[in-house]
Design a protein around this ligand. Structure first.
Ligand code: SAH
Ligand code: SF4
Length: 348
């Protein structure tokens, strides 16, 4: 199998039909192929036994199926989280996480190998950028988790969060193409409201999501309510300052009518005081917003602490009582296997 052949996971259903019909085969074979990809979740073209042999031979010759081999899979002692280290065709490694909340499975997928944004507290940022993932490599991660659930007889995959390695809006086209493929109602059929894209605050990307009315939920990583404090944690804030970011968020909500999730990694002594809660309250007051507080997870390159549980509760109370802002505290999951937010580095 040559790496240069097109990956079947990169095609939309219409493109699969075009390909198969373009070879002179019936559209029925195209439908069978789509079924093999996203219903049976075949692990290779050879396993697609419902297809006539001649079609399989043609597929083998002119395409490849970009299943990503599992280099390592690790279970957290929390019983809810499993992390997969997946190998890309060029031998780079990325991580995908399967989480289970109240019985529902969520796939946390990567959009890049590494990340160019350099957030100081994030393991992916600490490793730097290697490359963008292709659309097929993003789809392959979702299929991997969906297949695993199916083979285990578990309920089907319902939620996807693009919160693994990388900045999805820095790899906009591939990410949006992949999400279109996994939403296809006769394929993995993931609901638009169950797909969340998290961004560090790439302003042009947020505006483009709005203009294109991309059917996704948006999460914006805020972490600080002043430009100075934010730029110290999130270097990308120098390119896209807080006032421009908030303006883009207002535009996004005005155009789409959607609420935005604002993520706030709680770091003891840095951004977790009552004053900080008031500052974020004032910043978001009146906007369609929900705040997700994420107690800091440990990474080798950053010395901060997550702070106490009560601090998060006090933060929430200020947001709710004084600014009418709903918030949640992200449960700490998978920390023992470095599968928590910001801990993915693609290494064993
Ligand atoms: N690049 C995107 C998505 C990946 S990170 C983004 O930055 O939004 C998903 C979330 O985890 C982000 O809100 C990110 O800021 C947060 N995060 C990163 N490192 C973390 C850490 N060590 N502890 C807790 N949250 C972290
Ligand atoms: Fe990149 Fe997001 Fe990590 Fe920042 S938090 S370095 S944007 S993956």
């Amino acid at each position: 199998m040559s790496e240069s052949l097109p990956d079947l996971y990169q095609f939309t259903r219409a493109e699969i039909t075009e390909l198969v019909v373009g070879w002179g085969y019936s559209p029925v074979h195209a439908a069978t192929l789509w079924n093999a990809l996203y219903w049976e979740m075949a692990e290779g073209i050879g396993a697609m036994q419902a297809l006539p042999e001649k079609v399989r031979i043609r597929l083998e010759k002119e395409t490849r199926l970009g299943v990503l081999p599992v280099a390592l899979s690790t279970d957290s002692s929390d019983g809810y989280t499993r992390k997969f280290l997946l190998t890309l065709p060029d031998d780079r490694r990325i991580e995908t996480v399967r989480m289970r909340f109240t019985g529902r499975a969520t796939a946390c997928i990567s959009s890049q190998a590494g990340c160019a944004m350099g957030c100081v507290f994030c393991a992916t940022g600490q490793m730097g950028f290697s490359r963008h993932l292709a659309a097929g490599e993003i789809v392959a991660q979702v299929v991997h988790v969906a297949r695993m659930l199916k083979r285990a007889g578990e309920p089907r995959l319902r939620n996807v969060v693009v919160m693994g390695m990388g900045e999805p809006l820095h790899n906009y086209d591939a990410t949006m193409r992949a999400l279109e493929i996994v939403r296809d109602s006769s394929g993995l059929a993931l609901g638009a409201e169950r797909i969340t894209v998290s961004t560090v605050g790439v302003v042009p990307g947020i505006l483009r999501l709005a203009e294109e009315r991309q059917p996704v939920s948006l999460a914006v990583s805020l972490h600080a309510a002043t430009q100075e404090e934010r730029a110290a944690l999130v270097p990308a804030a120098r390119a896209w300052p807080l006032d421009r970011l908030m303006e883009a968020c207002r535009t996004y909500s005005a155009i789409t009518g959607r609420r935005i999730f604002y993520e706030w990694t709680l770091i003891e002594g840095k951004n977790d005081s009552a004053d900080h809660a008031h500052a974020v309250g004032r910043l978001l007051h009146g906007l369609p917003a929900q705040v997700n507080l994420i107690p800091l997870n440990p990474t080798s390159g950053y010395a901060g602490e997550p702070g106490r549980r009560e601090t998060a509760r006090e933060f929430q109370q200020i947001l709710a009582n004084q600014y009418n802002l709903p918030s949640t505290v992200r449960q700490r999951r998978g920390i023992d296997i470095a599968a928590g937010c910001g801990q993915l580095a693609g290494v064993v």
